[in-house]
Design a protein around this ligand. Structure first.
Ligand code: SAH
Ligand code: SF4
Length: 357
């Protein structure tokens, strides 16, 4: 169980793994003088319906609702606002209470698919040169409860349950490894949120040991590796964590992941015109990843204020895609950007993008 910061600080129930929850809830119910079956009722409310407050847990006696409210936190994130894009993409901003910064999540509808894009950190310490989150500063890791709360609040507020979850919001998930794993465990446990692990994707710039640990602990969770450059010098510049964890070592871990899980990895590649989209770049990429069981997702750079790159034109993106299609055995797709009008697109999530300005 996570360490409490002191006796007075209430526990967020969403932070608890299944066994921890059973114990904590049984004690609380007993202390309130209620029969043991209330634990099951509370569980249903917490993981299936998740109302916005304990007081809305109809069917539980009012006295128990009040006891729970005094002892526990139901939603560690405070809703701030949400913005709906013309294309149906919906961005949510959350407050953490302790400061002015905002956490962001995005709901992306696409036919029958409803994808939630979830954050794992407030900002990001990696500071990739093309990413607004990286420019926005970093204020800390999210707790498992804060990660999960994005899912349960969006589900409650939209009544559009997720078919897929992607950890592609703010932050580098593998730099918040404990928080990520705890959240994954609670999300996938059939006694808790029960979301299929195969419907979850973790996107990372690559930390070899953590990739290995993730594929051991959650072999069914999909892995996306943010590549962006095959040349060491260029990747050092674009993704500064490459200096500490060079691509070759990252790719070794990715290959192990594929062998262990028998699953493909997805490479993510932001096209930065004139920087990483030449024929030589395509050849260098093929040289590095041709043998890895993978697909490649290209996305055009999404500009933001102060960004040092241009938005690529469609023609050149298609040419780069076609070049890669010639060189790689796996599928290569050019992803369309969603929710640009609400700054909800990939890489546009930023701590500076606060409130309703
Ligand atoms: N930190 C993780 C997950 C969050 S970023 C990672 O980097 O993989 C999720 C995706 O958004 C990454 O593939 C990233 O490369 C992409 N992205 C970031 N900034 C972008 C931008 N300005 N335009 C398009 N995609 C961007
Ligand atoms: Fe962090 Fe990912 Fe953005 Fe890089 S692309 S700064 S790792 S969120």
């Amino acid at each position: 169980m996570p360490k409490s910061d002191g006796a007075l600080k209430p526990t967020p129930l969403l932070e608890l793994k299944a066994d921890e929850f059973s114990e904590v809830a049984a004690n609380a119910v007993k202390e309130a003088g209620e029969p043991a079956y209330r634990v099951e009722q509370l569980k249903g409310w917490l993981y299936e319906r998740t109302p916005l407050s304990f007081q809305d847990m109809e069917g539980l006696p009012r006295s128990l609702r009040t006891c729970l409210e005094e002892q526990f936190i139901l939603h560690p994130l405070e809703y701030d606002l949400d913005l709906l894009s013309e294309d149906g993409t919906r961005k949510f901003l959350w407050k953490q209470g302790r400061d002015e910064s905002r956490i962001e999540s995005v709901l992306i509808p696409d036919g029958d698919r409803i994808t939630y894009c979830i954050s794992t950190q407030a900002g990001c310490p990696v500071k990739c040169t093309f990413c607004a989150t990286g420019y926005g500063g970093f204020t800390g890791n999210l707790s498992a409860a804060e990660i999960i709360d994005q899912v349960v609040q969006i589900r409650k507020r939209t009544e559009q349950p997720p078919t897929n979850l992607v950890f592609m919001g703010m932050g580098e998930p593998l730099l918040n490894f404990d928080g990520l794993c705890r959240a994954l465990s609670i999300m996938t446990d059939s006694r808790q949120l029960g979301i299929g692990a195969r419907r979850i994707t973790v996107s990372t710039v690559g930390i070899p040991d953590k990739i290995r640990e993730l594929s051991r602990s959650f072999p069914q969770v999909k892995l996306a590796l943010s590549l962006h450059a095959a040349d060491r010098q260029l990747r050092n510049e674009l993704v500064p964590l490459n200096i500490k964890y060079p691509l070759e070592e990252v790719l070794d871990a990715v290959q192990e992941h594929c062998r262990r899980t028998g699953r493909r990895v997805t490479f993510e590649y932001v096209i930065l015109p004139g920087i990483n989209d030449s024929t030589e770049d395509a050849r260098a990429i093929a040289g590095k990843i041709r043998k890895i069981h993978s697909t490649m997702n290209l996305i055009g750079f999404n500009p933001f204020e102060g960004a040092p790159y241009r938005k690529p034109v469609l023609k050149s993106m298609l040419a780069f895609r076609d070049e890669l299609r010639r060189l790689l055995p796996g599928e290569v797709t050019l992803r369309r950007s969603r929710g640009e009008d609400i700054q909800g697109a990939c890489g546009q999530l930023s701590l500076k993008n606060q409130g309703a300005e």
